[in-house]
Structure formats: C-alpha cells, structure tokens
Design a protein around this ligand. Structure first.
Ligand code: GTP
Length: 361
C-alpha cells in the first residue's frame, strides 16, 4: 500500500507562520506535523510515501530526505504551479502502482488506517472516504450516503439550516488506481469540487466510512491552538503524556510558583519562578520566560523570548520571536518568525504581526 500526503498548499490562513515554515512543517508539540503523519503511516505498515509539494518544498526535503531515517521511502514531486488536491494526484500517477491512501497534510486524527483498508476490501468500489460528524457542517464539505455507505452527493459548505447531513469529508481517502483516469492532466483540479462529483455522476462506487475518532483540521490559528489543548488534555492520543507538567523542560516548570496544568515545555527552557504559566501552554526548546510574565493558552515555538512583565494569552509565537518588556499579546494573535514586539506595545486580539511574504532561508 502506498500513500500520498498532500503538502503543496500555501497555508494562507496560517500566515504569517507559513511565510517562514510551510504548513506541513508547522510544529505540533515541538515536532513538524508531517513527521507525526508519517509516523502514523509507518505504524500502519505504510512506508512508501509520495509527497506532492510546491510551496517551500526545500524545508520538507531538508528535514525528511529520502525517508530512510524513518524506515520509509519518500518520493517528492514538486509542482511548478499549484495543481489542486486532485491535480496533485494526477501529477504523481507514474509513481502509483495499486490502491493508495490520500491524506490531507493538515489533518490531525486518531483514525485507524488498517481498519480503513479492511473496510475498503469489504465494500469494494473506486474508493472509501473517511467522514466524521460535526455540530455545524457549514464550513465543511458534507457527504451524503445511503445505509449501505454508498455516497450519493457532495455538498460544499451548505448553510447550517439546509445542510443535508452533519457528516463531513475528513480528508483521508483510500482509492483504487483507476480513479486517476477520471482526473484531467496538466491543470488545477479540486478533488472535492470536481473529481468526487464526477465519480458519482459516472455511477462509480464511492463509499463512506464514518468514525468517531479524534479529528481536527489544522488550517486556522484557532484550530492549531485547539489541537494543542486536545493533545495536552489527552483527548487526542498522540503522546504518552505523564501527569503533571510534561516535556524535557518539566524541571524548569516545577520551579514556577503559579503553574496551572496542563503545561508542556521542551529542552533548554529558562523560566523565571515568578512567571504565571498555564493552563494550555506549550513552550518550545530554548525559550526564555522572564520575571512576572503571564503566559496562558498559547504555543511558543523554539527560541522565543518573553521579556519581563510581558503578557501572552491565546497566541501562537513563531521561532525566534521576542515579546518586549510589559508588551501584551492577546487572544488569537499570531506572531511570525524572528519578529520583535516592542516593549510596552499592546496588540489587539486577532493581530497578525511578522513577515508579509515568504522568508528566504
Ligand atoms: P489555505 O491557503 O489556508 O486554505 O491552506 P492550504 O493551501 O493548505 O489549502 P487547504 O487547507 O485547502 O489544503 C488541504 C490540503 O491539500 C493541505 O494539506 C494542502 O497542503 C494540500 N494542497 C492544497 N492545494 C494543493 C495543491 O495545489 N497542490 C498540492 N500538492 N497540495 C495542495
């Protein structure tokens, strides 16, 4: 079995983070998200992976190389211009030899891939789509199917009151190779908008497999923060987290007088004991947290400095950024790589500060 992980998107909704780091390399608990996805494939015994990339591909290639470090074989196919979620599959056709998985590169889920293989073998057809149920499907692609799990319609982002179902496309597919014959070559094609409806119209069998697994699309800052909250609260079974403060920086956290769990810190962090830290905080390697800092509901990447008296709440702060003395960063703010927030500056909720174009590295 092979797998294609779609990693070519620009990640516009995560800017400015994605001006310095392509979305698949954005860290989840300190490790690039794509590494987590590849580990999951490896555990399921799927070691032949194709990565259609295009946006900042070098960062991905530099980190994973040929995949041998992970016991995998990785083939990169770089798109000169984005080909879309189905065009990217057509573009790697020559590397596909049989049934294959497709994973959206920004989905965090506990889905059992082996169970999906068994379900596809049972149901047959051209492919099997993983679905999950959500309260409000209006921001997603709804998938309508019958009691035999055969899909009859796709409805993109319906108004909540008219949505035909609350089951949505969860971004993991298992296809027979023949589906590639239904994708036109050489242009941008969306799998959701074009290919799936075409397969249904042609009367080919596409099946749904709805599970109650943990699932989160990491496309937006609030989802990125929610995913970290869920991992820390062990709702997403990603890491075997011990009770109490976790990570290689747990000893530094233990000296903090006002600590509210859950909190995770990586290696070589320095934290002034007078800081107020937590809950729902992840501190990357080499960060420095000054005296009287208040840090809540936030994720700091590596090498971030919070100077004395800074307040950071509900924010994502990328590698190398510095939040000046007494500066305040509030709910939903995103601070880009190596960005300095001047002492005393107050950023409104939802601020995005940092690079305004991809950073050459
Ligand atoms: P936004 O710009 O914030 O919407 O993010 P995105 O560009 O990643 O788009 P989206 O979240 O819709 O993409 C879903 C998945 O498909 C992600 O894993 C993307 O990396 C991937 N993807 C989207 N467009 C392309 C493309 O043109 N080529 C390839 N190879 N992958 C793509």
């Amino acid at each position: 079995m092979q797998a294609i992980v779609l990693v070519g998107g620009e990640g516009t909704r995560l800017r400015p983070l994605t001006y310095g780091t392509p979305k698949p390399m954005v860290p989840i608990m300190g490790v690039p998200f794509l590494a987590r996805t590849l580990e999951r494939l490896h555990h399921a015994g799927i070691n032949d992976v194709i990565l259609p990339a295009g946006y900042m591909p070098q960062a991905i290639v530099d980190y994973f190389g040929d995949g041998s470090r992970l016991g995998m074989k990785i083939t990169y196919v770089i798109e000169e211009t984005p080909l879309g979620t189905a065009g990217a599959l057509k573009n790697v056709e020559q590397h596909i030899h049989g049934p294959f998985f497709v994973l959206n590169g920004d989905v965090l889920t506990s889905l059992d891939l082996q169970a999906m293989i068994a379900e596809h073998e049972r149901l047959g057809g051209l492919g099997l789509l993983h679905l999950i149920r959500v309260d409000d499907p209006s921001a997603f692609g709804c998938v309508v199917h019958d009691a035999q799990q055969r899909i009859s319609a796709f409805v993109e982002k319906p108004p909540r009151e008219t949505a035909p179902t609350n089951e949505i496309n969860a971004g993991t597919y298992l296809f027979e190779r023949e589906i590639l014959d239904m994708i036109p070559a050489g242009r941008n094609v969306s799998i959701e908008r074009e290919t799936f409806p075409a397969v249904i119209a042609a009367g080919k069998g596409l099946y749904a497999c709805t599970t109650s697994d943990y699932w989160m699309d990491l496309g937006k800052p609030e989802q990125y923060l929610a995913a970290h909250r869920d991992i820390l609260a062990r709702r997403m079974p990603m890491l075997a987290l011990e009770p109490g403060a976790t990570g290689e920086g747990a000893a530094a956290l233990a000296r903090v007088a006002r600590l509210e769990l859950p909190v995770h810190a990586d290696a070589q962090v320095t934290i002034d004991p007078s800081a107020v830290v937590g809950p729902n905080v992840v501190i990357g390697a080499g960060c420095s947290i000054g005296a009287r800092v208040v840090l809540r509901d936030s994720v700091l990447w590596d090498g971030v400095v919070l100077e004395e008296g800074a307040i950071v709440e509900g924010a994502i702060v990328a590698s190398g950024a510095r939040i000046g003395r007494e500066a305040r960063v509030f709910e939903g703010s995103v601070i880009g790589h190596d960005t300095t927030i001047e002492p005393g500056r107050v950023l409104d909720a939802g601020s995005r500060v940092g690079a305004t174009a991809p950073i050459a590295r």
